[in-house]
Design a protein around this ligand. Structure first.
Ligand SMILES: *[C@@H]1O[C@H](CO)[C@@H](O)[C@H](O)[C@H]1NC(C)=O
Ligand SMILES: *[C@@H]1O[C@H](CO)[C@@H](O)[C@H](O)[C@H]1NC(C)=O
Length: 408
């Protein structure tokens, strides 16, 4: 176990698009004969490029948080197939290691952002601090050391989300948004609305895709290892100077098999943490997926989750007894007060999800101030990332999201 972790640590790098990954892709039947140049070109498209290539209107905004992070918002003001606007504003927030790209990556016939836009929604997509669209600060450069990366999803929920939502409300003139979040996009929502209950009234309804509050029962092997070493891990990571979490190669060995798709996915941090299911994986989508994920997160985001696994609590970042006393005036971090989340929340979960286990989702529903429904995705292969990338998401999940939004 220890040996594995040390190997894993030494394998941590700051890789971006990996040419070897692309070469491996060329070996798949789908891409036999596709040149490296073409594959690379696909990975270079930005979210606005992708939206425009589908013939949809796209807008980009920047907003600065009170602590200096410059965040990017992407918007599809109206779908190309929408007859007219329904006057409603949707706000979509991505998960860990991801970006606004999640909502559009599967293309205009499948992506949730396009579907909502075609329903008449004005669709806004947030980007959390630290991902490739929000890797920017008024004074600190992200490559300048640890200062930029001193945040977990606590700051994303406490600062980024309120800043982005206020910006959207101001631009659109509506008083509340229809919120859908995936994974960390749900965690950060619960952080925001429990710490700043005045934001509940700015949320018409919240749909949680693969909700993450409590994590005691999750089954991701890599996160289990992180949780096991959660105290020493931070020291080790600080020593080797890793602020941004982007592991490659050896970390993936927990997942690797002989199958060539598996070989490619197990080199990608996102899939290593979250797992994947063969039945839902669209091989044709792989080059785009590899070019856009992982989009960047701080190591602390992962560590904060690993603390949750260990403690069984949904609570603020654990700095250790002494610093906790100084920061929180108590030896243990305070729990997030979920009863303060009074916006209506719908929890969508699935049985093959490594991270959002049914028991944890049930506990979350019990604790939330206004949990409306727990909905289990009727597809037993469905896993954590399939809400975004899975081939059947547009049939098994999105109609439910639309019907919840439309009924509020
Ligand atoms: C948006 O913010 C500006 C500047 O603070 C303010 O003048 C304006 O009235 C706001 N608009 C709306 C619709 O809230
Ligand atoms: C697989 O991905 C490709 C490329 O994005 C897309 O054209 C195709 O419709 C997808 N197939 C399914 C079944 O989702």
């Amino acid at each position: 176990m220890k040996y594995f972790v040390f190997c894993a640590l030494f394998a941590l790098t700051y890789a971006n698009v990996d040419v070897n990954q692309l070469k491996k892709l060329q070996a798949l039947p789908e891409f036999a004969g596709v040149s490296l140049v073409e594959l690379e070109a696909q990975t270079r498209l930005t979210v606005p490029d992708l939206i425009e290539s589908e013939g949809y209107p796209s807008e980009t905004y920047e907003v600065t948080t009170e602590d200096g992070y410059i965040l990017t918002l992407h918007r599809i003001p109206l779908g190309k197939n929408a007859k007219k606007s329904n006057g409603k504003v949707a706000f979509l927030q991505h998960g860990i290691l991801s970006s606004s790209c999640d909502w559009i990556i599967t293309g205009s016939s499948k992506g949730l952002a396009y579907t909502l836009a075609d329903e008449g929604y004005d669709v806004w997509m947030g980007n959390a601090r630290g991902n490739k669209y929000s890797r920017n600060h008024i004074t600190i450069h992200p490559d300048q050391g640890s200062e930029f990366w001193k945040f977990s999803w606590h700051q994303i929920g406490a600062i980024d989300l309120p800043t982005m939502i206020d910006f959207v409300l101001n631009k659109t003139g509506v008083s509340s948004v229809y919120y859908a979040g995936h994974s960390q996009g749900t965690t950060s929502f619960y952080v925001m609305t429990s710490l700043k209950p005045e934001y509940n009234k700015k949320i018409k309804v919240q749909v949680s895709l693969a909700p993450i509050g409590f994590m005691k029962h999750m089954t991701s092997p890599l996160l289990k290892i992180l949780a096991f070493f959660t105290n020493t891990m931070e020291v080790l990571l600080n020593l080797i100077g890793v602020n941004e979490f982007l592991p490659t190669s050896d970390v993936g060995k927990v997942l690797c098999g002989d199958n060539s798709i598996t070989q490619i996915l197990c080199k990608n941090a996102l899939f290593v943490v979250c797992g994947f299911s063969h039945k839902e994986m669209n091989a044709t989508l792989l080059p785009t997926l590899m070019g856009h994920t992982p989009a960047g997160s701080s190591t602390k985001q992962l560590l904060h989750y690993s603390q949750e696994i260990k403690s069984g609590h949904f609570r603020q970042y654990d700095f250790g007894l002494i610093r906790n006393k100084r920061v929180y005036n108590s030896f243990f971090p305070p729990d997030y007060r979920l009863a303060q989340v009074t916006a209506p929340v719908y929890l969508l979960y699935s049985h093959n999800d490594w991270l959002a286990a049914e028991k944890d989702v049930s506990k979350l529903c019990d604790k939330l101030g206004n949990c409306k429904e727990k909905f289990v995705v009727p597809n037993k292969d469905f896993n954590h990332l399939d809400y975004m990338y899975g081939m059947s998401a547009s049939e098994t999940v999105y109609p439910k999201v639309i019907s919840i939004f439309n009924s509020h």
